[in-house]
Ligand binder design. Structure first.
Ligand SMILES: C[S@@+](CC[C@H](N)C(=O)[O-])C[C@H]1O[C@@H](n2cnc3c(N)ncnc32)[C@H](O)[C@@H]1O
Length: 342
């Protein structure tokens, strides 16, 4: 079966890589971040188009699909406007708010056989999501969407994401969960070479962990897997956490547990103070390679050319932004199963 796909907001290629594993031919990805070109093209053998989605036309997209076969438009618009981390702030003014409307515009003008969209679970609380779904229904798509527990599809994370699938050819839905028991942190990163905070592995430049201040080194030593800063002696606790309001945020400065899935990877998951991103047994935050593995990228996935220095913020952003590869693969399999049944 010939199925070609274009990935809008492709990033470093998490969604593309997963979809490709199911035999779908991803011809191109579009993204404004130039840092994504290298990992996207190197690991996926697909064309990277550095362009704002707002400037993309239907004609450009149509030319990117292969001539015969089914067409898929996939995309994961930036999640920031809907993220629960914004604690209910009114995000109407965020310029990224309109990017789902851009996705809708392209869906309407291209009308591919299949459309798939991934976003944070709270996206459905917003008008923009209702408008997106209603537009697809008006175009005679059969639309299915649900909040998916990624760990049930092989991702070693407690990550929940909204997945939407729409087809011109009849009912479509996500395949049933594959895993009863989530994969654990140990299964995925347990075999990596131990490194210290601030150290880089001699065999893999991506296996690098952020350095820690002397205070944070003391704090991580006092941290228990699965615990919080509440386990620390008082003199190590940050002033803001000692105040009454700070006590409601226990989910920072945590260590992962070997026998549990990891928390949701974010763009700052390489920082000990940014969430529960402490390594389960070594006194450091997880390395970029560990974060990439927890996002489902294979150990061979290259994010930076060999002669270039690894920049934590740049690579962390690409890894944290990615759709977990396992989720992308489950989406790909759902599409293939649906089209095979026609
Ligand atoms: C959630 S990430 C997508 C991750 C990607 N699907 C993956 O699996 O690796 C959103 C992406 O949208 C890109 N982006 C933001 N604004 C954009 C725009 N106006 N046009 C195109 N891409 C944009 C960002 O650079 C970021 O890579």
């Amino acid at each position: 079966m010939n199925i070609s796909c274009i990935d809008l907001f492709c990033g470093a290629g998490g969604l593309t890589y997963g979809i490709k594993k199911e035999g779908i031919h991803v011809t191109a990805g579009i993204d404004t971040d130039p840092a994504c070109r290298y990992p996207y093209e190197k690991n996926n053998k697909a064309k990277f188009i550095e362009k704002d989605i707002k400037e993309i036309t239907a004609e450009e997209l149509k030319e990117l699909f292969t001539e015969d076969g089914y067409t898929v438009l996939a995309g994961c618009a930036p999640c920031q406007p809907f993220s629960s981390y914004r604690h209910g702030q009114n995000s109407k003014d965020d310029h990224k708010w309109g990017l789902l409307y851009e996705f809708s515009r392209l869906a309407k003008s291209v009308q591919p056989d299949i459309i798939t969209m991934e976003n944070v679970s709270t996206v459905s609380k917003h008008q923009v999501f209702d408008d997106f779904v209603n537009e697809l229904k008006e175009l005679n798509y059969h639309v299915w969407y649900s909040v998916i527990d990624c760990s049930k599809y092989g991702s070693p994370q407690t990550r929940k994401r909204m997945v939407l699938l729409a087809s011109k050819h009849g009912e479509i839905r996500m395949i049933d969960p594959i895993y009863d028991k989530p994969k654990t942190v140990e299964q995925v990163i347990g075999k990596l070479k131990p490194i210290k905070a601030g150290e880089t592995s001699s065999i893999d430049p991506l296996h690098v962990s952020a350095s820690l201040t002397p205070l944070n080194l003391k704090r991580i030593k006092a941290s228990k897997p699965g615990g919080t800063w509440r386990d620390w002696p008082t003199h190590l606790v940050a002033k803001c956490h000692k105040e009454k309001s700070g006590k409601t945020y226990p989910s920072v400065y945590g260590r992962m547990q070997w026998d549990k899935p990891a928390p949701t990877m974010t763009t700052q998951c390489y920082g000990f103070g940014n969430g529960r991103f402490g390594h389960p047994s070594q006194d450091r935050a997880i390395s970029l390679r560990e974060a990439a593995l927890l996002q489902g990228f294979p150990e061979t996935y290259q994010f930076v050319p060999e002669d270039e220095q690894v920049m934590m913020t740049k690579v962390g952003r690409m890894i944290g932004n990615a759709v977990p590869v396992d989720l992308g693969q489950a989406v790909g399999r759902s599409i293939v199963n649906h089209l095979s049944s026609l």
